[in-house]
Design a protein around this ligand. Structure first.
Ligand SMILES: Nc1ncnc2c1ncn2[C@@H]1O[C@H](COP(=O)(O)OP(=O)(O)OP(=O)(O)O)[C@@H](O)[C@H]1O
Ligand SMILES: [Mg+2]
Length: 367
């Protein structure tokens, strides 16, 4: 996808396959932090050149919507300085309900310009917003199965402010938005790295990648490395932080720190952590049930747990026991070399939560 192609005056590419000769910094702006990642490529191997995770104040991002562009811009600026990266261009993503993707059918043989024109004329059919309110992009997928004179086209649209706010936040940090991608595509892009973790080829495999973050749980189902299903639900580590806060009378911030670093009373595991883990497994089961209900004939080959909550010890065993499916913890950095600037221990801990940032950083190497 390259949103340069449409007629709405973008000076950057959105998603997909625009030619990029310069490296981009992958930046994932979440509800709680900004995650920044620079990769370099040497033959078939990647190297982590720099990475940083910097906290955001509460409610600076709500439901993927940036409420305060300045605050985000400043956080990115600080993270940039601490990371030591020299890159000046970045890739970010929009996601969630702010993005609509649809498979549409158009005549074969149109130029990109003609296709953009056609989509703009017919836009009302495809998207519930006025065409002036959205950025859109499209990518021809394959010939239509029923009518060979037509092609299947993937159309993606996002409300303009979602794109504009991200571009503006990067500008405050002194960065140019080279790519504005879609989160699902970033996950799809990062999937090649996760495939390195699996003991078999991913060909014809149906693989669940479930990201459990702070506020959100997102289920992605991939078949032959393509995302075929995505679903979000409100669940995440914030719930555990709040349980700790309530049980031990701590502030939210204290609870968040002790959750990661330990030092909580002896009954923490049995009374607080275990119930949360069981809840987490139920949430995963429920998310998968929604997928199975709509794709009953498709057996799942394995589950990969991603997001910060994947770092909770033992969740992979619990999930594999309850689902009866092999389960792995996402590590996109497996086999990667690390620059001396990167702290291996903290990168190791953050690894499962860096999938979107990885997918975005990989856009540096688009052909
Ligand atoms: N070692 C750990 N043990 C327990 N919880 C952890 C650990 N590491 C991270 N977390 C939790 O994971 C969550 C953050 O995960 P992640 O970075 O994937 O979320 P996010 O992308 O910032 O949020 P979201 O996607 O919901 O907007 C936080 O609740 C954090 O406390
Ligand atoms: Mg996240």
């Amino acid at each position: 996808m390259n949103w340069l192609k449409n007629k709405l005056n973008f000076d950057f590419s959105f998603g997909g396959f625009g030619k990029k000769t310069t490296a981009v910094l992958g930046i994932d702006i979440t509800t709680t932090v900004v995650k920044l990642l620079e990769l370099s490529k040497h033959g078939d191997h990647y190297k982590v050149e720099s990475y940083m995770v910097a906290p955001l104040p509460r409610d600076a991002v709500v439901d993927k919507h940036i409420t305060n562009v300045e605050v985000i811009g400043d956080a990115i600026k600080k993270a940039l300085q601490r990371s030591g990266t020299k890159l000046k261009q970045a890739a970010v993503a929009v996601g969630g309900s702010s993005v609509i993707t649809k498979l549409i059918v158009l005549p074969d043989g149109l130029t990109d310009d003609e296709m953009a024109e056609q989509i703009m004329i017919e836009a009302e059919q495809y998207i519930p917003y006025s065409i002036d309110e959205v950025n859109f992009d499209f990518e021809v997928q394959d010939k239509n199965e029923i009518d060979s004179s037509r092609v299947n086209v993937l159309l993606a649209a996002s409300r303009k402010e979602n794109v504009d706010d991200r571009v503006a936040a990067l500008a405050i940090a002194g960065l140019k938005a080279k790519v504005v991608d879609i989160e699902t595509f970033a996950i799809e892009n990062a999937f090649v790295l996760l495939a390195n973790q699996l003991p078999y080829s991913i060909e014809n495999k149906t693989i669940v990648v479930i990201e459990i973050g702070a506020n959100l749980t997102t289920l992605h189902v991939l078949y032959n490395s393509r995302a075929i299903y995505t679903r979000e639900q409100n669940f995440g580590g914030k719930q555990l932080t709040e349980d700790i806060q309530r049980t031990y009378g701590l502030t939210y911030e204290e609870a968040g720190v002790s959750k990661k670093l330990g030092g909580l009373p002896d009954n923490y595991e049995s009374d607080v952590l275990e119930p949360f883990k069981r809840n987490m497994v139920q949430q995963i089961q429920r998310a998968i049930q929604f997928f199975v209900a709509s794709n009953a004939s498709r057996p799942i080959d394995c589950v990969i747990i991603a997001g910060g909550c994947a770092s909770i010890a033992g969740v992979d065993q619990l999930v594999s026991q309850s689902l009866g499916v092999p389960t792995y913890i996402a590590n996109p950095f497996v086999n990667m070399e690390l620059s001396s600037r990167v702290n291996p221990k903290s990168l190791g801990k953050d690894a499962p939560a860096m999938l979107i940032a990885c997918g975005l950083a990989l856009r540096s190497f688009d052909e």
